[in-house]
Design a protein around this ligand. Sequence first.
Ligand SMILES: Nc1ncnc2c1ncn2[C@@H]1O[C@H](COP(=O)(O)OP(=O)(O)O)[C@@H](O)[C@H]1O
Ligand SMILES: [Mg+2]
Length: 249
Amino acid sequence: MALNEIAKRSNKTVYRDGDLCYKVFAADYNKADIFNEALNQTRVEETGLFIPKVHEVKRLDDGRLAIVMDYVEGKSLMQLESENPAKSAEYLTRLIDVQLSMHALSAPNLNKQRDKFTRKIDLSGLDATTRYELHVRLDSMPKHHKLCHGDFNPSNVIITNDDRACIIDWSHATIGNASADAARTYLLFKLAGNDKTAENYMTAFCKKSDTARQYVDQWLPIVAASQMVKGKPEEKEILGKWVDVCQYE
Ligand SMILES: Nc1ncnc2c1ncn2[C@@H]1O[C@H](COP(=O)(O)OP(=O)(O)O)[C@@H](O)[C@H]1O
Ligand SMILES: [Mg+2]
C-alpha cells in the first residue's frame, strides 16, 4: 500500500492510495463514531447523491481503524477560494446550490436531526432553565425529513476536474430541517472568523431557498448550544451570546 497523506488533523489522517482514500482515525477515537460515519455515508450513497462510495472499514496493521472509500480527484471549494479569492462569490453560490440539491433529498434510515439536537442540548453544560428553553424551542420547530449534512462548509465540497460537486465527510449527517443545516453553516463561517462570508451566505441561502431569515435565525441558539458540547474554550463566549438570544425573544 503506497499511502500519500492528504490531510492531517489531531485525531485523524486522510491518505490517498491510487483510486482509494483512507480516512484513518487515532487509536483512541470512539469506535462507534467511526462505524456511524461509515454507515451514514453508506446510507447517503443510497440517495444517488454524488459522494465517495464506502468500500470497507478496515483495521490497519498498526491497529488503527480506517474508512476506505473512493478517492475523489479535484479541489475543495475552500482550496479553490484560497487560490482564487476573486471568484469567492461564485464559489459561495456553488456551495449553496450544492447544499440545496442535497436538501431536496431524503434518506429515511439516517439518524434524526431532532434526536441529535435533543442529546446535544442535554450535554451542552448550560443551566437547566436555558436547556428547558432550548428544548421548548426545538419542539416548536417544523419537523422535516431532508438530508442534512451537519458540517456543510467549503472544505467538505470537492469540485472534480469535470466540474461536478462531490460532498464528503458525512459523520454528522441526519434527516431533518434544512434551515437548521443552514444555521450550522452560518455558525461555522462565524466561528472561523469569516463574518462577511457568513452574512453573504445567510442572505443568499434565504433568497435561493425562499426562506425567511428570521426562521433560520431561530435555529441559531440550538446549533450554538450543540456546538458547545465540543468544549472549545475559544468559542465559549460567542456561542454563549447566540444561546442568550433565546432568553429575550
Ligand atoms: N474521498 C476523498 N477524496 C479526496 N479527498 C478527500 C476524501 N475524503 C477526504 N478528503 C480530503 O481530506 C480532507 C479531510 O477529510 P474529511 O473527511 O473532511 O475530514 P474532517 O472530518 O477532518 O473534516 C478533506 O477536506 C479533503 O481535502
Ligand atoms: Mg471535513
